[in-house]
Design a protein around this ligand. Structure first.
Ligand code: GLA
Length: 406
C-alpha cells in the first residue's frame, strides 16, 4: 500500500469514527472528494477563460447517515464542537453573507467558517430543489488547509456527493460543482470561480481537466509525467497572507473593469492581438491585470497542445512564463513562492509556477523523477537561507474525482 492510500484510509477511518461518536451507530455511507493543483490557467476561471487543473490523491471524506428528524448536524476532525441546525433554518443562515457581498462588507457567516461549507452545500442543494431531510455529517481530511490545494472544494465535493445520493437529488457532476461554488460564493462569502469544484468533481487518474469556464465543457488531457520519467512536486510554503481574500476580490474587480473598457462581457473575449489597443485604453495597472489573463488563457491552450503533441517534457517554459506573469503583471506572488520557483528551477526543474489564488499557498515544480530529493533539498535550503519557515514538500499524481467510497 502506498503512503497516499494509507493516508486516504486514515481519513476514512477518522470520518467513520467521528460519525459513530456523533450518532452512536454506523454511517449509511462514506463519500470523498479530492483537493487539486492547477497545472496552468490562474485567475482565468472567473474571466470565463481556460484552466487545466488536476485532482490530487489527498481527499476529504464525509461519513453521512440519515436522522429521523429534520435537523442537520456536522462535525469535523478540525473543530472541537459539532454544529447543529434545523433544515428550516438553512435559508436564514446565509442571507447576511449574500447581502454583505453586495455592500462589500466582510460579514461573517452565522456558523463557524468550516461548517458553512457543508451547510452551504445543503442549503444550495435545497435551493436547487432537493428534498432535504435530517442527516449527520462527519468530516475528516488529508488535504492541507490553507495551502492553496482547495481543501474547501474537497469538503464541498464530499458533502455534495453524499447529500445528492442520500436526498436522491440525481444531479450530475457539473451540477454538483455548481452547488459547491454556490456554497463557497454565497454561504462562505468567498468570491471564487468554479475551477476548484470542477477539478474536485471531475478529476481523473493520469489526466488534467481542460475546462472551458464559459461553457463548462471539460476534457481530460493526459499529463503523462510518470511515463516521461517526471514527477510533480508540490512546495507548500505554509504562508497565507491576511489580505488574500481582499487581494483576490480586488484582482477580480480589475478584470471586470478591463473587460468593460474593452466593451466585452469578460476578458475571455480579448485576445493577445487586442493587447495593443488595451494598452492605449487603460491605466498601467489595469492593463497588466488584463495582460496576465489574456496571455494566461493562451498559455493554457498552448499547454494542452504541447501535452498532446510532445508530452509533459514540453511544457516547462509555459509554466515559467505563467509564474512570471503572476509575479510581474497580476502581482499575486510572494517572496516565498518566488523563492520556491527559483530554487526549483536552479536545481534543474523543467518548469515551476505558483498554483492557486496566490498571496501564499503552494507552488508546483515539474522535475525528473530521480531528482525529487535533490530539488526538495535545494528548495528547503533556499528557504532556510532566506529565513523562511520550512516548506512542506510532497509529490502528487493526477487522481480520481469525487466518489462514494463505501
Ligand atoms: C482560487 C479560486 C479559483 C481560482 C484560483 C485562481 O483557487 O478558488 O476559483 O480563481 O484561485 O486561479
Amino acid at each position: 500500500m502506498t503512503e497516499q492510500q494509507t493516508q486516504q484510509t486514515a481519513a476514512q477511518q477518522d470520518a467513520r469514527a467521528l460519525y459513530e461518536t456523533l450518532a452512536g451507530h454506523a454511517p449509511d455511507g462514506l463519500w470523498s472528494a479530492p483537493g487539486r493543483v492547477n497545472l496552468i490557467g490562474e485567475h482565468t476561471d472567473y474571466n470565463e477563460g481556460f484552466v487545466l487543473p488536476f485532482a490530487i490523491p489527498h481527499r476529504t471524506v464525509a461519513a453521512v447517515g440519515r436522522r429521523d428528524d429534520d435537523r442537520i448536524r456536522v462535525a469535523s476532525t478540525f473543530a472541537p464542537d459539532a454544529v447543529e441546525v434545523g433544515i428550516d433554518e438553512l435559508e436564514s443562515l446565509f442571507p447576511t453573507v449574500r447581502r454583505a457581498q453586495g455592500s462589500g462588507d466582510a460579514q461573517q457567516p452565522a456558523v463557524p467558517e468550516w461548517a458553512a461549507y457543508p451547510l452551504g452545500v445543503a442549503w444550495a442543494l435545497q435551493q436547487a430543489g432537493a428534498s432535504a431531510s435530517g442527516v449527520d455529517i462527519a468530516i475528516a481530511s488529508d488535504v492541507a488547509v490553507g495551502a492553496g490545494l482547495s481543501s474547501s472544494a474537497a469538503i464541498e465535493g464530499a458533502a455534495a456527493s453524499a447529500l445528492n445520493d442520500i436526498w436522491g437529488a440525481g444531479l450530475d457532476r457539473v451540477a454538483l460543482a455548481r452547488i459547491g461554488r454556490r456554497a463557497e460564493n454565497e454561504a462562505v462569502g468567498a468570491p471564487t470561480g468554479i475551477m476548484d469544484q470542477m477539478a474536485s468533481m471531475l478529476g481523473e487518474p493520469d489526466a488534467a481537466i481542460f475546462l472551458d469556464c464559459r461553457s463548462l465543457e471539460a476534457l481530460p488531457v493526459v499529463v503523462g509525467a510518470a511515463p516521461a520519467g517526471l514527477a510533480i512536486l508540490v512546495i507548500d510554503t505554509q504562508v497565507q497572507h491576511a489580505h488574500s481574500t481582499g487581494g483576490y476580490r480586488e484582482r477580480r474587480a480589475s478584470c471586470e473593469r478591463g473587460a468593460a473598457i474593452m466593451g466585452v462581457p469578460s476578458l475571455r473575449d480579448v485576445s493577445v492581438a487586442d493587447l495593443g489597443r488595451a494598452e492605449e485604453l487603460m491605466d498601467d495597472v489595469t492593463f497588466r491585470r488584463v495582460r496576465h489573463i489574456v496571455t494566461e488563457n493562451q498559455r493554457v491552450l498552448d499547454t494542452v497542445r504541447v501535452l498532446r503533441e510532445q508530452g509533459a517534457r514540453g511544457i516547462g517554459d509555459l509554466l515559467v512564463a505563467s509564474h512570471a506573469s503572476m509575479r510581474d503583471d497580476f502581482e499575486i506572488s510572494v517572496p516565498e513562492l518566488d523563492t520556491a520557483v527559483e530554487a526549483a528551477l536552479a536545481a534543474g526543474a523543467i518548469g515551476a509556477r505558483m498554483t492557486g489564488g496566490g498571496f501564499g499557498g503552494a507552488a508546483i515544480a515539474l522535475i525528473e523523477q530521480d531528482s525529487v530529493d535533490a530539488v526538495s533539498d535545494a528548495v528547503a535550503a533556499a528557504f532556510t537561507e532566506r529565513g523562511f519557515a520550512a516548506p512542506h514538500l510532497f509529490t502528487v499524481v493526477p487522481s480520481a474525482g469525487a466518489q462514494r467510497d463505501a
